[in-house]
Design a protein around this ligand. Structure first.
Ligand code: NAD
Ligand code: DAU
Length: 370
């Protein structure tokens, strides 16, 4: 039986064997969550609701089909969290809702912010209303108990942190349209906890890496470009710092908070490797045996956050422990992309080319040696 890091075998677990609604479950972190929870073989059933945007990918959930027991406890529904008609009947059946659905790429939010607001604000509102309605039904005795909603948020809501570590009570200061939409979504969720007593918990995770991540993000973009001998577009001086968290640990922390977190509370989920981008790139090139000369310094991301860093003591105090060390996790991730070319070549096709051109053509034309 697979266990998430930090999970103790005998823990009381009101959600084991229950029915979870996982929104955005065909994306990077959501699909890891679904694969890992089903692989526990504890009877938990999962419905995924996903709009299948450019970032949603049924192939991320394909391993489930290979196991008869997991497949029997899994259902996929294509739909939009901002559509009450898609959401309400599914929330009515669920014991808990875990909301991963979002537009997740900062660079796209700079070019086209509208979808970020629709999913990140309206979508969260639709989920909250559906959960609130089910809570009323529970109060009226029409269902056993109210569903809990876990809203997956991000360390980016704190904005750029020059020094020290962000704590959950710190002020929010988002600086990109992506981060602003995420902050709005979680503030709305907290307002429902306060105003309506809705059972909401929130996680703020740090930069996540691992298999099945869309190649628009730093690590998979640079690994796949390097495999093809293409230039690696490093923004600005490349000294921006991120704290890297393995996807299985992020998914595990979300599951842990879902089951053990206090209602209305927020939990930071830090990684274990606070590194400047240049250092991450050096390590992945070393693993691939590719030269630094592939790196090109390109025009910076507007409003680029310099540093994120989380204080993880609240989650550690609840008993959660990380399982994957960055060095081994990065090596395994690089190897996964090297061994799963068909997965990422399919993603890097069609609309990908127009995106790449729009985001990088001018930058690369004006680039200098990294
Ligand atoms: P992703 O872009 O890989 O996946 C997002 C998924 O949501 C896709 O499957 C997409 O089809 C789906 N989706 C988008 N809009 C939808 C809608 N309106 N209705 C239903 N489904 C919709 O994102 P990810 O990297 O897996 O991130 C998942 C969550 O975690 C997001 O909320 C993100 O803000 C948060 N997060 C991500 C990171 C990270 O480093 N990737 C870190 C912290 C928090
Ligand atoms: O911190 C959590 C956040 O991490 C999540 O909330 C977001 O959903 C997720 O996308 C991620 O945001 P970042 O902007 O930090 O991730 P990204 O992979 O886009 O970039 C990581 C760093 O690498 C950042 O400093 C920008 C830099 N970068 C990125 C790309 C795509 C480059 O230098 N060149 C690039 O081409």
């Amino acid at each position: 039986m697979t266990r998430f890091a930090g999970e103790s075998p005998g823990a009381t677990d009101p959600l084991v064997g229950r029915h979870l609604l996982v929104t955005g479950g065909a994306g990077f972190i959501g699909s890891a969550y679904v694969r890992n929870v089903l692989a526990r073989h504890d009877g938990t059933r999962i419905t995924v609701l996903d709009k299948l945007t450019y970032a949603g990918n049924r192939a991320n959930l394909a391993p489930i089909g290979a196991n008869v027991d997991e497949a029997a406890r899994f259902r996929f529904v294509e739909g939009d969290i901002a559509e009450p008609g898609d959401v309400e009947p599914l929330v009515a059946e669920a014991d808990a809702v875990i909301n991963f659905a979002a537009e997740s790429h900062v660079d796209r939010s700079i070019l086209d912010p509208e979808a970020f607001l629709r999913t990140g604000v309206i979508g969260v509102h639709v989920l909250l209303e559906a959960v609130r309605r089910e809570a009323s039904r529970a109060e009226a005795g029409d269902r056993e108990r109210a569903p809990r909603l876990l809203q997956v948020s991000t360390d980016e809501v704190y904005g750029s942190v020059a020094e020290g570590y962000s704590k959950e009570a710190d002020a929010l200061a988002p600086r990109s349209p992506y981060a602003a939409a995420k902050a709005a979504g979680e503030l709305l969720a907290r307002s429902y906890a306060v105003t309506h007593g809705t059972d909401v918990v929130i996680t703020r995770g740090s930069n996540t890496y691992g298999p099945y991540q869309h190649p628009e993000k730093l690590i998979p973009l640079f690994v796949t470009n390097a495999i093809d001998g293409q230039p690696l577009p490093l923004y600005g001086d490349g000294l921006q710092e991120r704290d890297w968290l393995h996807v299985d640990d992020h998914a595990g922390a979300i599951d842990f908070v879902l089951r053990h977190g206090a209602a209305g509370e927020v939990y930071n989920v830090p990684g274990d490797a606070q590194l400047p981008n240049r250092e991450v790139v050096r390590r992945l090139l070393d693993r691939l045996g590719k030269p630094w000369s592939l790196v090109r310094t390109v025009a910076d991301r507007p409003g680029h956050d310099r540093r994120y860093a989380l204080d993880g003591s609240r989650l550690a105090g609840l008993g959660w422990r990380r399982g994957v060390a960055f060095d081994s996790g990065l090596d395994a991730t690089v190897d996964w992309y090297r061994d799963n070319e068909s997965w990422w070549r399919a993603v890097r096709s069609g609309d990908w080319h127009a995106w790449y051109e729009r985001q990088y053509a001018e930058r690369l034309a004006g680039s200098v040696e990294g």
